[in-house]
Ligand binder design. Structure first.
Ligand code: NAD
Ligand code: DAU
Length: 349
């Protein structure tokens, strides 16, 4: 099987590639990534020499490039993760999100459609999306696959638009698509602009921990390795044209999560209890900040038998250990020196 994985040099994509290569010997995996600030080939160093893995640098906003790539490789499946993924960046610059998340997804759909030419047997286009498309919950309730879309940030609006295009290509052209909408991921290799790695990095360096608003917003956290496992079962056994929600049944207010993280970091760094929590600093809230996300993943559990493998406490300990054991990785991505390396290696394209 030839699989195209887009965004494989990013956080979740690198875990998906590692999972597929370890689980399915004989699958050929092509990682297409334009290496934005969030794409880092150091996330995949251990896989580079594997004969069934190949990295291609390219941009999904380039329609002609994609058509050529599809005719070169004859992909059987696409797992599409490439995206601009950070809400705060989308508030600062929405246009980049429209280009990559909407136009880039449509370009990929067009390339798959023109390459497969209506012969869809054994083909699959899997679009990875987010729970943020459903908007914000009050105190009660969960997002199900039937919850109406109600995105609030430019990021979630762009992901919602891309989901609609994927469904439209299924309904209009019969493209064999499947979509999943997942809650907040955490784990190794996450760019330290997202809450957990940012705060781990700031705690180790003794920098302030900027908590938006009162820290009362709620997120449903899932270990990235469990997300990769869910992507595997949906890619292989999900029903064409369907949507599956993925979540950890693991809701935390930001401030409770941050306090737990501070305790773990104090212990791991041999600091006095309460030391890291002194870094907590309340700052102006994120514009349009969604109050609560929480996923009902019972369809995935019922139909495909997926459940998360570890508790949040276990996953968070493991995550902290990974970042403290890979401080060079953190220093490298926060200094941006890896970007200079890419410029030298690959030029601007
Ligand atoms: P990330 O920002 O870590 O990685 C995104 C990757 O896409 C990077 O390697 C980047 O270089 C690449 N990319 C960006 N623009 C590109 C373009 N124009 N062409 C080719 N490659 C491009 O993101 P992530 O957190 O790993 O998220 C991956 C996917 O999962 C996204 O679609 C995101 O919306 C979705 N998702 C993320 C989470 C989460 O908690 N992180 C949760 C649910 C869904
Ligand atoms: O729900 C899935 C989504 O989760 C994904 O689709 C996104 O790609 C991913 O970035 C994530 O979005 P969030 O906005 O929920 O994640 P983030 O880590 O940016 O923020 C988590 C919570 O922490 C949120 O309520 C905002 C808050 N926060 C975040 C940062 C970076 C702070 O209080 N301070 C911060 O500095």
């Amino acid at each position: 099987m030839h699989i195209l994985i887009t965004g494989g040099a990013g956080f979740i994509g690198s875990h998906v590639i590692r999972h597929f290569l370890a689980t399915y010997p004989g699958y050929r995996v092509i990682n297409l990534d334009s290496l934005t600030y969030a794409g880092n080939l150091n996330n995949l160093r251990d896989l580079e020499s594997m004969p069934d893995y190949r990295f291609v640098k390219g941009d999904i906003t380039d329609a002609e490039f994609l058509i050529n790539l599809f005719s070169e490789y004859c992909f059987d499946g696409v797992i599409h993760l490439a995206a601009e993924s950070h809400v705060d960046r989308s508030i600062a610059d929405p246009t980049a999100f429209v280009k990559t998340n909407v136009l880039g997804t449509v370009n990929l759909l067009n390339a798959a459609r023109s390459s497969w030419k209506g012969k869809y047997d054994g083909k699959r286009f899997y679009h990875i999306s987010t729970d943020e498309v459903y908007g914000s919950l009050g105190k009660d309730g969960l997002f199900t696959e039937e919850t109406p879309y109600d995105p609030h940030s430019p990021y979630s609006a762009s992901k919602a638009a891309s989901d609609h295009f994927v469904r439209a290509y299924h309904d209009t052209y019969g493209l064999p698509t499947v979509i999943s909408n997942c809650s907040n991921n955490y784990g190794a290799y996450q760019f330290p602009e997202k809450l957990i790695p940012l705060f781990i990095n700031n705690i180790r360096l003794g920098k302030p921990l900027p908590v938006y608003g009162k820290g009362e917003n709620i997120r449903d956290w899932l270990w990235v390795v469990d997300h990769a496992q869910a992507i595997d079962v949906i890619f292989h056994r999900g029903k064409t044209g369907e949507t599956y929600n993925i979540g950890g049944h693991n809701e935390w207010t930001n401030i409770d999560l941050i306090r737990l993280l501070c305790c773990i970091m104090d212990r791991k760094l041999g600091r006095e209890a309460g030391e890291s929590a002194k870094l907590i600093t309340y700052v102006t809230d994120r514009a349009g900040h969604d109050l609560r996300y929480a996923i009902d993943s019972s369809k995935l559990q019922r139909e495909l038998g997926w459940v998360p493998s570890i508790t949040f406490e276990e996953g968070l300990e493991e995550t902290v250990d990974w970042y403290l054991g890979n401080q060079e990785w953190l220093d490298n991505v926060t200094s941006g020196s890896y970007m200079h390396y890419y410029e030298e290696m690959y030029g601007s394209r």
